[in-house]
Ligand binder design. Structure first.
Ligand code: ZN
Length: 162
């Protein structure tokens, strides 16, 4: 496993659309391992492959609730319900937070690392993370859909202060 370089605000790759994954091979498995390690290193809840410079429809999510990280290949949102305003951030936009409108619940389908098709009914943080990461696969970033006036810049914590 390896930490990959994060693509940050201003990098034009973030506005590109990612391609479907046709075969889950060693390259995809390594990509997923590296994405999980990179997400954990920066304490992210989710990461899309485009954020490490790979235009493939792969996302990883970890809610840090003890259930461990999940990898979703070719995720599709099938159904949404309700609407909520939620605080959001993104590893590609360090220290920036803002409110966005997201569905309250989503039904999504994806392929897992074993090649199985999985359907998930998600709410709260998982629903928000799936929406945020699927947006990345379509070349969309949260900063383009924030509720006006809610953008905040939070100073990074000092080194060594936890
Ligand atoms: Zn993001």
């Amino acid at each position: 496993m390896a930490i990959r370089n994060l693509r940050l605000e201003g990098d034009e790759i973030l506005s590109k659309k990612s391609r479907q994954v046709d075969v889950i091979d060693e390259k995809i498995r390594t990509l997923i391992d590296d994405m999980i390690e990179t997400m954990h290193k920066y304490n992210g809840v989710g990461l899309a492959a485009v954020q490490v410079g790979i235009l493939k429809r792969v996302i990883v999510i970890d809610l840090y609730d003890g259930s461990g990280p999940i990898a979703m290949i070719n995720p599709v949102i099938i159904k949404t319900k309700g609407e909520v305003e939620l605080e959001e951030g993104c590893l590609s936009f360090p220290n920036k937070f803002a409110k966005v409108k997201r569905p309250e619940e989503v039904t999504a389908e994806f392929i897992d690392i074993e090649g199985n098709t999985i359907r998930v009914e998600a709410k709260e943080l998982l629903a928000q993370a799936i929406c945020h990461e699927v947006d990345h696969l379509n070349g969309e970033v949260f900063i383009d859909k924030i509720i006006p006036g809610t953008l905040e810049y939070v100073e990074p914590e000092e080194e060594g202060k936890k």
